[in-house]
Design a protein around this ligand. Structure first.
Ligand code: ASP
Length: 309
């Protein structure tokens, strides 16, 4: 494959009925396209993969349709606790926040952790205070909370379950992520989420855990979405990198194998977006659908929801 820059995004995976409202589907696709174009603009002017994935994820965090930033799902206590991570495959640096609230763009806080904290993962009030001190924008509860999320929490609570965002009757979709390969061949990955509807306060998912829901090195960049507990146990994002490095598998075989052995085998559900250093892409899931998209140097965004759409 000709080396060129490329960016892929996801907006969550799950039970997305095919007969879902076409206007809603168009709204999700429009959000994915905006994110692809924002990342593309950076890569087209020679910007780095790290900047591109952050820009794409910020767009999705700002869009209340997606379960990240504004529009995050609610915990069992009716609160918002967000997780996010970014990893730069060129330098091997990573930054993440978990269980944060009141930060408009948790992925920007994750970036601040990467660039300025000397740490990799910060949680709760300490992470929030650090982010505020670094100038990360804050917002009040009214900014984050949408009526759809309240309905979704009520539905999950009356069913006595936790839910992937897009499994809810409200149909709003989940976790967001981006992977990019820039014009120099450097890779980066970013993931941001409100987690699972009706999760216990204090629960942390796979998204901010480097190697579980987010990972990048010089060979591959990976962002995951789905039932976080299964991704954590499988160390799924790193498993894909290990398959490339130690078993010399192709990207597609590595992603398919990790989903089969890591997710299917554990009863986990979800999907993965991954890019390799040659610009190859694999966007796979074991659910009914995954909101996803890809854009290459030609600037033509492609988005899809179900397997053949
Ligand atoms: N993986 C996320 C979590 O477990 C949820 C999702 O991707 O929908 O927090």
């Amino acid at each position: 494959m000709a080396a060129g820059f490329v960016l892929a995004v996801h907006g969550g995976a799950g039970t997305i009925p095919r007969e879902a409202d076409p206007a809603r589907a168009a709204g999700y696709r429009a959000g994915l396209e905006r994110a692809l174009r924002a990342g593309h603009a950076i890569l087209a002017r020679g910007g780095g993969a790290r900047d591109a994935v952050i820009a794409a994820v910020c767009i999705l965090e700002d869009d209340p349709l997606f379960n990240a930033g504004r529009g995050s799902v609610l915990t069992a206590a009716g609160g918002i606790e967000m997780d996010a991570a970014v990893m730069d495959g060129r330098t091997g640096e990573a930054g993440a926040v978990a269980g944060v609230t009141g930060l408009r763009n948790p992925i920007v806080a994750a970036r601040a952790v990467l660039e300025a904290s000397g740490h990799v993962l910060m949680i709760g009030p300490g992470a929030e205070a650090f982010a505020r001190a670094r100038g990360v924008e804050t917002a009040g509860p009214d900014y984050f909370l949408t009526p759809a999320r309240r309905d979704q929490l009520r539905a999950a609570q009356s069913a006595g379950t936790t839910a992937l965002d897009h499994d809810g009757a409200a149909g709003t979709v989940g976790t967001v992520g981006a992977v990019a390969r820039d014009a120099t061949g450097a890779l980066a990955a970013a993931t941001s989420t409100g987690g699972l509807t009706n999760k216990r306060p204090g629960r942390v998912g796979d998204s901010p855990l480097i190697g579980a829901g987010t990972y990048a090195d010089t060979s591959v960049a990976v962002s995951c979405t789905g039932t976080g507990e299964a991704f954590i146990r499988a160390v799924l994002a790193h498993d894909i990198a290990a398959r490339l490095r130690y078993a010399a598998q192709s990207l597609d075989a590595a992603v398919a194998g990790a989903i089969r052995d890591g997710l299917d085998a554990r009863g986990g559900r979800g999907g993965v977006i991954a890019l390799d250093r040659h610009g190859g892409a694999a966007l796979r899931f074991n659910t009914e659908g995954m909101y996803r998209g890809i854009i290459r140097a030609d600037g033509h965004p492609e988005t899809a929801i179900h397997s053949e759409s």
